[in-house]
Write a protein of this length. Structure first.
Length: 90
């Protein structure tokens, strides 16, 4: 795990980032000033758990329960690190 995905990190969306569901497209979006990012797969589900109250370990646990057998223990920390590097998570 890198520093950003430390188990005690409590990720939350950056102040200018809003997670929205687009019913027309049937997908989740990250809406920012002058930019929209279309999320694929379960990215919206993962980011929806990033509320600043749950730490990475709890997020992984909740996703492991929702998606048994999925490699959440390895994929989620890497995903969160990428989102933090983009500046979308704090």
């Amino acid at each position: 795990m890198t520093a950003g995905s430390a188990p005690n990190w409590r990720p939350r969306l950056a102040p200018a980032v809003v997670l929205r569901h687009d019913r027309v497209r049937g997908t989740d979006l990250l809406v920012m000033p002058e930019r929209v990012v279309v999320l694929t797969g379960q990215a919206g589900t993962v980011l929806g758990l990033c509320d600043g109250a749950r730490d990475v370990r709890r997020i992984i646990g909740e996703l492991g329960t929702r998606f048994p057998g999925a490699p959440v223990a390895t994929d989620v920390p890497a995903f969160l690190d990428r989102m933090r590097a983009e500046g979308w998570l704090r």
